[in-house]
Design a protein around this ligand. Sequence first.
Ligand code: SF4
Ligand code: SF4
Length: 165
Amino acid sequence: MSTGAASGAGPLAETLCLSCGLCCDGSLFWAVELGSVDAVPDGLEAGGRLPQPCAFHTAGACGIYATRPGQCRAFVCGVLQTVQDGARDRAWGLARIEAMRHLLAGLDDALPGQGALYGRAVAYLEDAEAEPIDDRIRARIAVYREMIGDFRPLSDPPEPTRTPG
Ligand code: SF4
Ligand code: SF4
């Protein structure tokens, strides 16, 4: 049975993760680092990584939940962890996910290109070294980076791959 997109188990994880999928769809990471024991079908692994948006993320769930990579198993985002710890309630977690989704929609409209937002935002900032940068887009990316911090640790420059939460 496939279940929540991420590693968390139990009713809270299912409620939040099945409403979310941000750690699988390219919103928070651009790839999952694969370990030596992780096996994914030929053609999906690239340079020891599973690119995001993840090909196994379908209908809001992980299609290989039972055999997902170790880093997926280990990852519990900051929002899920906060709710699981009882520091905040489920409604807060759902609101953080919804707020991120709202921000991503605006960023999707503002950024050039198509597809997963994390890679596009990084590419935009890197390209900006050669091209004039739009301060409004930079401001949106700054808010995006701040909100990513709700979900996972983020250093500067952004760490591209999934790391255990
Ligand atoms: S980002 Fe957090 S809440 Fe969303 S699917 Fe991943 S672990 Fe679950
Ligand atoms: S294998 Fe893909 S869909 Fe499954 S938990 Fe990992 S990133 Fe998400």
